[in-house]
Design a protein around this ligand. Sequence first.
Ligand code: XMP
Length: 317
Amino acid sequence: NFTPKAFVSEMVAELKEKLQDDKVVLGLSGGVDSTVAAVLLHQAIGKNLYCIFVNNGLLRKNEFQNVLDQYKGMGLNVKGVDSGDRFLSELAGVSDPETKRKIIGRVFIEVFDDESHLIEDVKWLAQGTIYPDVIESVSVKGPSATIKSHHNVGGLPDYMKLKIVEPLRMLFKDEVRRVGASLGIDPELLGRHPFPGPGLSIRILGDITPEKVRILQEVDSVFIEGLKSWGLYDKVWQAGAILLPVNSVGVMGDERTYEKVIALRAVESTDGMTADWVHLPYDFLMKVSNDIINKVKGVNRVVYDISSKPPATIEWE
Ligand code: XMP
């Protein structure tokens, strides 16, 4: 019997009490969690909330500019920092998934740290951590095995010396969305699928190049826009495309081609901990596969991932 309205009024009061006139810095990701956290904090402390939105060069097509404009339209005090080239050059030649995550985590912290130092006398770091993040990172640190290092949890370097505030820490995703709705956030933004912090880097298997990022952004955009126009987007927990590190043979006119293979992934889930692949209509898969191959240069084959979690995971890395 969770009531978003009550949560908002209690949390805003709690944040006011806790933060007083202190300055708070928050990293916006374009996702639901950080956005809801920001709007909640903005209600509590207004302009004392400083938001930073970093482009790591691994966001979806046009996402940096679109989301930045949206944030500004919401009245948030936000600075967009375009560091795409820096991330991509640090990632050049790296194929190992955990190394990619670590590099992105490190560079993000460096960029974020530089930016927060520009805010005079900032005292707090706010994060959009939600309950499943807390659980997964505990299990990651457990003795059994390292699963994945979710870089958005516990990623605070000691030298920043900021106190942490995490207003959504006890909430599940659906509760965060309901809180967001009661705060008046655009339903389209609230309905966005989860997207991993390391972005497209873990959907480009193998090493990352600007050209591969471009290909995957185009493919992803055809897939996601297709889901939207077929009314399927909201029926899916999460969807995306994966660029495989293999080439396959194809034909184009009289020519033999030897180009990239794309895997499409769409899953149903309630919290990301378990997931089933979505039985997308064959007609949709046919259309989207044709569109991808026709529109995106460098791709000649599309496959659909029919694995569930467990034993597979949602991402491929
Ligand atoms: P898996 O692939 O473990 O993913 O089934 C579960 C959920 O977590 C997201 N994910 C990540 N999110 N940093 C993130 O912020 C990461 O390194 C990361 N890896 C996976 C994934 O997209 C899915 O929603």
